[in-house]
Design a protein around this ligand. Structure first.
Ligand code: PEP
Ligand code: MG
Length: 570
């Protein structure tokens, strides 16, 4: 029987494929004693051997799909399985205490994890993480339960998951993943943003897709409407195939605009730039006619690996992006880790409210070695293109001043050692925190530009978690409160002769674009795949008319009234 579900459309397009459930299985086990010791030891040894075979396959796949550095983590896991100091005590535990294989394994593994984690040594902490991963794999074989291995996917699938973390996404082979559907998340959760830059149709925030879909079900994902259909009838599949073809044809037609400037009907030029996460995204930037890069989320360089990227590694990535953009502006955001973006090797403390906690510039100003390494890499790369640097999550002018002072120090040190650094680097901030929007006139005197991060600005202004589908009704981009803050920031920058961009998802939203054009936004930075559609829309709008529309919108009482106003004109 066909079933359908509704979620939040996160990335346009239609996917029709077999479901692959990326779900933590139930790995609970009993502590019952056993009587046949040698059979239990054999069971344990079999599980070790099965885990080795599996890890070797995963390792080889990861090397082909993701490169040798990402595959190296599985070599470390294989070594754990060979380590007699771990294996012998488990076998002894079975033999001496009649412990069953599962409980013998987990008791010994947990002892090692506790000891290693308590050491003040990064290397040992990483070993604790390896033992945790490996013992889970061996346990799954003892229990006869299948662990999902996303890096092993080798056929077309739609991924079904609670959520996809950035590191899950980094393990997916894009060739086979046709779409994904998650239980949690909203349009601005990172899984949603990632799906747009990968051009994978996605629906998020369905609440319970993981309970509704079974492995191997056929699933249709409509990323535009948020609809998910499970085991559809043949006629429904046919009609979605037609919809899929129409979507592809529309995308092709937009390609005609690729070299056009982004100019409104009354001749106002705005910049349509792209948001990227890695140098791999440059293909999309070129294919969609971006006029620059308005947000390079550098944290992806730090994720999906088990140690910090070196200064040289970072330098190479920044140089690649700057050179490829051939003199067009590239706005690089310094490390914005924390919130829903974790770095396991940093061992960040667990917090009650990670979005309000130790993250982004707060962490960089505290752990300055990390920050200085990144700034040096950026400064060294600056001579290869037009670099702008911006700091994320600025809440006070003192944070900006401190970050700027550190940047200046690194610049002077590099100059003293004879390294070439561009003398034309713009320095800006993201406006994501209401305190900064409120103080925009003060900031505007000291920064070169603003980039409004509405993904966070909306969640902090409305006090509505961007990850929570339960409060997504309060996550209101068109609420006059948000429009007023945006106006205040743009006006403050213009008064000081500076520019304002927007790199939150709102910048590429077809309902927001007329309003933002009217409010005087200078740069719109969005998923590359939204650029051509936005260009077509702006060509058909007059800025003078949109100014009047925006004026009315900021005086509306509700988001619904604002949307109704916009719908009247398009
Ligand atoms: C934002 O908050 O709008 C933004 C662009 O940053 P991120 O989505 O990476 O938090
Ligand atoms: Mg943000």
């Amino acid at each position: 029987m066909a079933k359908s579900l509704n979620g939040i459309g996160a990335s346009d397009g239609i996917a029709i494929s077999k479901a692959y459930l990326l779900i933590e299985p139930d790995l609970s086990y009993s502590n019952d004693k056993i009587s046949d010791v040698s059979a239990e030891v054999e069971k344990f040894q079999n599980a070790i051997n099965q885990s080795k075979v599996e890890l070797m396959q995963i390792r080889n796949n990861a090397e082909v799909a993701l490169g040798a550095d990402k595959a190296a983590i599985f070599d470390a896991h294989l070594l754990v399985l060979e380590d007699p100091e771990l294996i012998s005590p488990i076998e002894d535990n079975i033999k001496n205490n009649q412990a069953n294989a599962a409980s013998a394994l987990m008791e010994v593994a947990q002892n090692f994890i506790t000891i290693f984690e308590s050491m003040d040594n990064e290397y040992m902490k990483e070993r604790a993480a390896d033992i945790r991963d490996v013992s889970k794999r061996v346990l799954s074989h003892i229990l006869g339960v299948k662990l999902p291995n996303p890096s092993m996917i080798d056929e077309s699938v739609v991924i079904i998951a609670e959520d996809l973390t950035p590191s899950d996404t980094a393990q997916l082979n894009k060739e086979f993943v046709q779409g994904f559907v998650t239980n949690i998340g909203g349009r601005t959760s990172h899984s949603a943003i990632m799906s747009r830059s990968l051009e994978i149709p996605a629906v998020v925030g369905t609440k319970d897709v993981t309970e509704q879909v079974s492995e191997g079900d056929i699933v249709i994902v409509d990323g535009s409407t948020g609809e998910v259909i499970i085991n559809p009838e043949a006629s429904v599949i046919e009609s979605y195939k037609e919809k899929q073809s129409a979507f592809i044809a529309e995308k092709e037609a937009l390609k005609q605009l690729i070299n056009d400037p982004s100019v409104s009907k009354d001749g106002v030029h705005v910049e349509l730039a792209a948001n990227i996460g890695t140098p791999d995204d440059l293909v999309g930037v070129k294919n969609n006619g971006a006029e620059g890069i308005g947000l390079y989320r550098t944290e992806f360089l730090y994720m999906g690996r088990d140690q910090m990227p070196s200064e040289d590694e970072q330098f190479e990535a920044y140089k690649t992006v700057l050179s490829a953009m051939e003199g067009k502006r590239v706005v690089v955001r310094t490390l914005d880790i924390g919130g829903d973006k974790e770095l396991p090797y940093l061992n960040l403390p667990k917090e009650m409210n990670p979005f309000l906690g130790y993250r982004a510039i707060r962490l960089c100003l505290d752990q300055q070695d990390i920050f200085r390494t990144q700034l040096r890499a950026l400064l060294r790369a600056s001579e290869f293109g037009k670099l702008s640097i911006m700091f994320p999550m600025i809440a006070t002018i003192n944070e900006f001043r401190s970050a700027k002072a550190i940047l200046e120090e690194e610049k002077s040190k590099l100059a003293e050692s004879g390294v070439n650094v561009s003398n034309d680097i713009e320095l800006g901030i993201m406006v994501e925190i209401p305190s900064t929007a409120a103080m925009a006139d003060i900031f505007a005197k000291e920064v070169d530009f603003f980039s409004i991060g509405t993904n966070d600005l909306i969640q902090y202004t409305m006090a509505a978690d961007r990850m929570s589908e339960r409060v997504s009704y309060l996550y209101q981009p068109y609420n006059p409160a948000i429009l007023r803050l945006v106006k205040q920031v743009i006006d403050a920058s213009h008064k000081e002769g500076k520019w304002t961009g927007m790199c939150g998802e709102m910048a590429g939203d077809t309902t927001a674009i007329p309003l933002l054009l009217g409010l005087g936004l200078d740069e719109f930075s969005m998923s590359a795949t939204s650029i051509l559609k936005a260009r077509k829309q702006i060509k058909n709008l007059s800025q003078a008319d949109m100014k009047k529309l925006a004026e009315k919108a900021i005086n509306c009482a509700t988001q619904e009234e604002v949307v109704a106003l916009v719908n009247e004109i398009q």
